[in-house]
Design a binder for this molecule. Structure first.
Ligand code: ATP
Length: 455
């Protein structure tokens, strides 16, 4: 019998039951962060069905922002922490469970949420200080948790399981998937479920940055490193991510010089700011993402093989929307709610024929395109239901002869022409956005923005 089982063995008289009676919820996990015990009160507070089997479930599946895994990892207790669970402030205490040789075999957490009125000024102060830190950029929060990835299809559930496991490891993760499949959302979810969740999440889009700024933006610049550099110098995104996660989006779009510098950061965990000859140690977890075929870029000599292998330690492939069309109804309802909250437009439902169309369409722009089509439909809809036409069903196959207004038609045709020119350029340049932008005579940032708007 291991220590944890011994602790739990004496049924009603066990230590946990005793401790639970002193608080409003308690939970115990093993060294793998799997739940071994949860009090009925906690179950009820989390609104979990009484018959749901929780033993063996990873604690973050029911408490995405829990810090218990960190207690298991560090062996350090946290005696009083404030945490919001189900929109209610709670005071939380977490203790590591240790063997006589000091190794950790699990952790227990207790929450208190009754009679906390006396603590309200403390909660307010805590929320105020946190807001201040966020606004001063001293801490950054990632908005999304893994639970925010909507969908119940097997491919999506599989990626969520893989992401949860990846979160527990501190290794580099490479997110692969077509544009708009949710790579950034997943990166934030992994950060939030990782032991680094209380550290910063710093994202940088390598394709949207002008080439000349990438280096200073990423690695920082020493005082006076280049004309226009500030006198105090500037911190790079890598240094800003200290203790947290650095998300490098569109990683395939970096120049050979940046590839070499990044390789050193990953291998040596050291950064050299632009114009400085000092190496700084950094502690960041890297999550990189690309919608391109990075292996093919390596084979074509466009991307360093050594950097590719360093990034590709844990590849996660996000499924395109067309292979998980069963997620489309729930995802659409979720996005419609979000659009209505953001825009204040009246709530609209999808007509049955619109749902059929959504499930049959091939979604080159994936969830981002679904969001954009739904948003446009909310504005365009002339009835109390969104029809397939409001979603642009007719323009996908042909341009209708009569349009509600010539102005709308002009916009639509211009967007289509622009999109097809961009697609053509991308194909010509083997999906290399830098080359495609040059081909079109626009900047890489403009190309990127156009793609985001049009897909
Ligand atoms: N499963 C999902 N559930 C809810 N929203 C989603 C989901 N997947 C993507 N989204 C939303 O779709 C939009 C696009 O997602 P995101 O920016 O994460 O995609 P991406 O793969 O990083 O795209 P790109 O490669 O173009 O940068 C975002 O608004 C995101 O919140």
């Amino acid at each position: 019998m291991n220590q944890l089982e011994a602790l739990l063995s004496a049924n009603d008289d066990n230590l946990l039951t005793l401790l639970s009676s002193l608080c409003q919820g308690s939970i115990a996990i093993d060294q793998f962060c799997k739940i071994v015990w949860i009090s009925d009160a906690y179950r009820e507070f989390l609104a979990l069905p009484p018959d749901k089997e929780l033993r063996g479930v990873h604690v973050e599946e029911i408490l995405p922002s829990t810090q218990l895994p960190r207690v298991v990892q560090t062996g350090q207790p946290s005696f009083l922490d404030l945490m919001q669970i189900n929109n209610q402030w709670c005071a939380v205490t977490r203790l590591p469970l240790k063997n006589p040789d000091n190794s950790v075999f699990g952790a227990i957490g207790f929450i208190f949420y009754h009679d906390l009125d006396a603590l309200q000024p403390l909660f307010d102060k805590f929320a105020r200080l946190r807001k201040q830190l966020v606004s001063q950029n001293l801490i950054r929060t990632s908005k999304y948790a893994l639970d925010d990835l909507i969908g119940q299809s097997e491919p999506l559930l599989k990626i969520k399981r893989q992401a949860l496991r990846a979160a527990q490891l501190d290794t580099t993760v490479l997110l692969l998937g077509e544009t708009g499949t949710g790579k950034e959302l997943l990166a934030q979810g992994i950060h939030n479920a990782s032991p680094r969740s209380s550290g910063p999440f710093v994202g940088i889009n390598m394709a949207a940055l002008p080439e000349s700024l990438v280096e200073a933006e990423l690695f920082g610049a020493a005082a006076g490193a280049y004309t226009g550099a500030s006198r105090q110098g500037r911190q790079g995104k890598i240094q800003l991510a200290e203790g947290g996660t650095l998300f490098l989006d569109e990683i395939a779009d970096i120049s050979p010089a940046i590839q070499a510098k990044l390789l050193r950061v990953i291998q040596e965990r050291e950064v050299e700011a632009l114009g400085s000859n000092r190496l700084e140690k950094v502690d960041v977890r890297i999550i990189a993402a690309t919608s391109r075929n990075l292996k093919q870029q390596v084979d074509q000599g466009l991307f360093r093989a050594d950097l590719y292998y360093r990034l590709n330690v844990l590849p996660l492939n996000l499924p395109p929307l067309r292979v998980r069309s069963s997620d489309i109804p729930s995802l659409s309802h979720y996005l419609l709610d979000k659009i209505q909250q953001e825009t204040g437009l009246p709530p609209l439902q999808l007509s049955p024929q619109a749902i059929v169309w959504l499930q049959e369409y091939h979604w080159p722009g994936n969830v981002r395109e679904l969001h954009n089509r739904l948003e446009r439909a909310c504005v365009m809809a002339e009835q109390d239901q969104i029809t397939a036409d409001d979603l642009g069903a007719s323009e996908v196959t042909e341009i209708p002869l009569s349009e509600p207004s010539p102005k709308k038609q002009l916009h639509k045709q211009r967007d289509q022409a622009e999109l097809s020119a961009i697609h053509h350029a991308l194909q010509q340049c083997q999906f290399n956005k830098t080359l495609a932008a040059e081909y079109l005579g626009i900047s890489r940032a403009t190309l990127y923005n156009r793609l985001k708007r049009l897909t």
